[in-house]
Design a protein. Structure first.
Length: 161
């Protein structure tokens, strides 16, 4: 079974409302990695944070500092701006991932070559204390320990030592 379920959309105003299969019984604290290395990097990060704040079932609690970092890729590309968000969510993991992907797409994210440049990147680093290993989602994020910029943001938010 997939981690995704159907979302109900109100046709009058376009608002998206999670259905009961998408909503967890309680709020879960999650950490989200955020980054950009194309165009107005800071602008894309700020827009993504605003979109997360407006999303149903998500409350942005804290945002780490934003750090400029070198890309971790063999593909030549510009430097990233990266940070970490702490959120509370009532969404289950699959619907949360779907919402992050929706935000990425709306901000021009193109999926294709792995580790290629992107306008915005939103990754679920932690979903509470859950361990998830599905085709669509692996949590904790499998490369946390390889990304100093992620560890730096998590340390700043008091999530790792």
């Amino acid at each position: 079974m997939s981690v995704f379920d159907v979302t109900v959309t109100d046709g009058r105003n376009g608002h998206r409302y999670p259905n009961r299969n998408q909503v967890a019984n309680t709020m879960t604290i999650c950490c989200i990695g955020i980054g950009s290395n194309l165009g107005d990097r800071r602008g894309y990060i700020d827009k993504a944070i605003r979109m997360l704040k407006a999303a149903k079932g998500i409350k942005v609690k804290r945002v780490s500092s934003i750090y400029e970092t070198d890309p971790v890729s063999a593909i030549p590309q510009g430097k990233y701006l990266n940070g970490v968000l702490e959120i509370d969510t009532g969404l289950k993991p699959g619907p949360l991932l779907k919402e992050l992907n929706r935000i990425e797409k709306s901000l021009g994210r193109k999926r294709g070559v792995k580790d290629s440049p992107r306008t915005i990147d939103l990754d679920i680093l932690y979903y509470g204390d859950k361990v998830i290993n599905s085709r669509e989602l692996v949590v904790p994020h499998p490369r946390i320990d390889e990304r100093e910029f992620v560890l730096r943001g998590l340390r700043e938010l008091g999530k790792v030592s």
